[in-house]
Ligand binder design. Sequence first.
Ligand code: ASP
Length: 409
Amino acid sequence: MRLKLHWQIFIALCLGILFGMLGRAAGFENFIIEKVYILGIIFLRALRMVIVPLIVASIISGVTGIGSAENFGRLSLKTFTYYIVTSLLAILTGLVFINLLHPGIGAHLGLHEIPGDLQGNVQKLGDTLLGIIPTNPFRSMVDGKILPTIFFSLLFGFFISKAPKPYNRQLTDFFQGFFEVMMRLTHFIILFTPVGVFAIIAKIIASTGIDVFIPLGGYMVAVVAALSFHAFITLPLLLYFIGGVSPRAMFRAMSAALLTAFSTSSSSATLPLTMSSMENNAGVSNKISSFVLPLGATINMDGTALYECVAAIFIAQVYGVDLSFGQQFIVVLTALLASIGAAGIPMAGFVMMAIILKAVGLPMEGLGLILSVDRILDMMRTSVNVWSDSCGTAIIAKSEGETELKVVK
Ligand code: ASP
């Protein structure tokens, strides 16, 4: 019998850690970084290859099934309400934990340089919002810009259902077929996840080591504790009481996607796995998952929102700045906006920190403090991002009366 995919990924993850540590101890870390990591690059490229066609096919075929504008409006309202409420809950959890544990107060930390390419790399929020409407949808697809691609696909799918006969049927069949092909192609790539995960993790450990974590231990504990609270308490409670969904069954259904999010630190790269796990393991229809998940992978980032808040207040604590209630409120609000604006790629949340520091007048050098541990925290917050998208999809599917769900309590 073949081992289940999530076990394969978990074993690959552990082997990757061991191999990376061995590489550092025995001095062959360059071999891992330069040669072994190529397997990780191949895997990430293959995942990125399917993202745009998968999103387009899935959204168009999903939206044609939604039917009326009224259904569409109701689904959008539920989805955006879920995104905003859970992101705010995550931020507030972060706020409570960092204020209770206050790891930054009195900490003496050496400042590190901020890498030049991260400075000034932040897009203005207004530009991000305007950019949702593509001036040329094909260019957005070619450039891999997710939000404008989603926007155009949603409209296109919706108007297929408004097109006259026989074109509406023909186009619906065409995109349904396109989607079936993309799903099979995605499954094929997913088979190689353990290999990709092994190489990526081995490279991270070989190039960072574990010793950088020690001086920032308190800060990491605060982030991890708050993330765990959100992932293991808040979201499961919502799943159970609002969705009528079993958190344990959901966790089992999504484990391969969560482990992949952990290893790749990218919600976007994980999206193909999230979608296939949601549909095949959790039994959610393509109609719901193709609407909630691609949007969620780009704008619903609970883990990132929580992290932004904790990191900003940690930096304030280290610099001895006492943030007033009003300033903490600004942190909450900007953390929410930053998480919406962050792309689903590694370290996007770190780059967005600049917005919050600027908003409350904290020094940009503060970023240098937390940079060395960002990668490992990124892995955790990305898993929470994907977990929240998945929980939202299940809750919304249940509320829409889906009967094929395999995760009901
Ligand atoms: N890496 C995260 C994600 O893809 C975003 C972040 O950096 O917080 O979801």
